[in-house]
Each structure stands twice: as C-alpha cells, then as structure tokens.
Design a binder for this molecule. Sequence first.
Ligand code: GLA
Length: 383
Amino acid sequence: MNVKQAVLAGMLAAGLGLAGCDVITSIQKGGAVERLFGTTSDGQAVKLFTLKNKSGAELQVINFGAIVLSLKVPDRNGQLADVTLGCDQLSDYESKTPYFGAVVGRYGNRIAKGQFMLEGQTYTLATNNGPNALHGGLKGFDKVVWQAQAVQASDGPAVEFSYLSKDGEEGYPGSLAVKMVYTLTDKNEFKIQYTATTDKPTVVNITHHSYFNLAGAGEGDILGHEMMINADRFTPVDATLIPTGELKPVQGTPMDFTKPMAIGARVNQDNEQLKFGGGYDHNWVINQQQAGELTAAVRVVEPKSGRVLEVLTTEPGVQFYCGNFLDGTLTGKGGKVYKHRYGFCLEPQHFPDTPNHTNFPSCVLQPGQTYTQTTIYRFSTVK
Ligand code: GLA
C-alpha cells in the first residue's frame, strides 16, 4: 500500500477502533509497537517496529532493507545505550549509508568480476565495487521494501519479514522467496532466522550488516574493543578483496584472534592483507564441529562499559570489517559524526566469491531445497 492508502487505512481503522490493520499511527502487538516511519522516494510506505523485551532492551527495525535502526542494551551498571550506527532519515538509508543495519543479499560480499557459472551457464552481475560485484548489486536486499509484521515469539517480541526476489533480479537466476524473523529475546539476544526457496538453481549468501560500537554509536572508535574469533584459518584475498582460494592459518599473523585481542592492537601493522583491506575486512573460517551447527563464532568485550557481544551462527564464515571506509563525511543518529573505525561489522556468511571456488562450502540452492541460517547477536556484560 502507498502512503495515502496507509493513512486512509489508519484513519479508517482508528475510526472503527480496529486493531491489527496494516499501517496505523501506532499499533501495539505483543512486545512490538508499529508506526509509519517514512516514504521511499518512489512512494512506498515504510513501517517502524519498536520491540521491547522483558529485560528492558529495545530494538527498532524498519521494513526498508529490514534495517536495524537502533539497538539499546545495558552496560554493567544497567545504563542503556544504542550500540548500532545509523541515520535518522529514510532518505539517508536510500542513498547514503554503507549498509548500516541492513540485510545483505541475494549474494552478500564479493563475486569476482561480477561473473559466475552455474550449471553450464554464465551469469553477469553489476560490478559495483571496483572490478567486482558487491552485496547483491545496485538494488540489493538492503534497498527494497520487505513485507513485515510484528509477532510474539515464545522467546520475545519479533518481526517477520518476507521478500520475493524475482528471476533475473540483479542478474541472479531463479525467483527466490526469502523469509526472516528478527526476535529480541528476553535474554538480550537479537536473533535472526532466515529461510529461502527458489524455483531455479541459484546462489544464495544472505548476511546482516549492523555496525556495532559497544560504547555507544558515535562514542569514539572501536579500536579498544577486545575481540576473540573462534577461527584457526581465514581466506586471504587479492588487492580487490577476492579470496585467493587458500584457507590460511591465522597463527603468527595479525588475523589471529584465537585469544582476546584489542581490534586496534595490530590493525595498522605492515601486512599485505591489512593493506589490501585498509584494515580488517576479511572472512574468517569458523571452527565448526559440523557444517550448519549453531556455533559460538565471535566474542567482543568493550572494557569501559563492560558490554559484551557474542555472535553465534550456523554459517561457515564471518566477515569482520572494522569500519575502514568510515571517514567522517557521514552524520548519523542525533547529529553524531561517524569517523574512521567508529563501528565494526560481524557478517556471518558463506565465503566471499564462493560461486567461483569449488573448494569452498557451496552456496548453491536448488529447487526443492530450503536455505536456512540462524544468527544470534547476544549481549551481556562483564564486571
Ligand atoms: C563489507 C565489505 C566491505 C565494505 C563494507 C561496506 O564489510 O567487505 O569491504 O564494502 O561491507 O562499506
């Protein structure tokens, strides 16, 4: 429905005292409140959902790009802060932000030269990142309006999203029906459950692109955060950030986060991989007991606030990006300027450029199969 229809529906529903209608000024459903957030440049109404759990945490999401607008979690003294970077205006999300808070797909991360072969046919994608394709194309999953509704899950308030990516959209074969459930669990977890099905063989690599700063969005850089990644290997890249195909041991390199280490401790070292990324912008191979098993992948501690973020995922890899492209030109929520390395992303996913590497875990989805992923961003504190 467009804005006019939404407003009319709202007026009608309010007048008739209806609950549960599509977009009304404000609807309460379980632990979620829904209201109109804005209108896209092509006139589509965008809804904002505010979820509160029993522990006092709050998650705000919109159905444009299924974007996380804010996520407020307590520090060691119970003080809430918004730990995700973002903007106040929908128009900024449409044209300015580097995937702040968004879902990324159909294929997150890079595909070399925007080309891959599947079942004997070559597919060509837009090259939007130097010579390569990045994050699903010119209008990826982060730039479309998703169907969305608030629901009450057994473990907390939730929003269900769905989107049909048509056959040929952004060059990918097959109509892909994607569903996601975002839950703010009562244990202060932001949980994402994804499923997708296709009508033709295709490639799928969906991920989440929140930028975190556990001291609070806009409150300085993230170099003092201490990180541990449960990975003995990473996928080294060439100068355009395409994997060479090797799974390289992290031992003895600045990529070794097997023990807690400040993000900033080695980020500026004279190292070819760090030079290629302008810092950390690499995929780690998670130590999984079994493919597809929910595994604790990353743990980050912000020493001053005591906030802790753990990432658990069923995906085989995680892209850790430390905000190297943030340069102070973007003004975020509440007028705060996001400078170099003011946020970091932990993007659970299949390895970059998998369609061109037969030795990587496959990202091909066949008709009749269901793509599934569960990722949990779990917040807690230390003394
Ligand atoms: C990912 C990529 C980075 C960059 C950011 C967005 O993390 O790997 O190179 O594109 O997204 O700016």
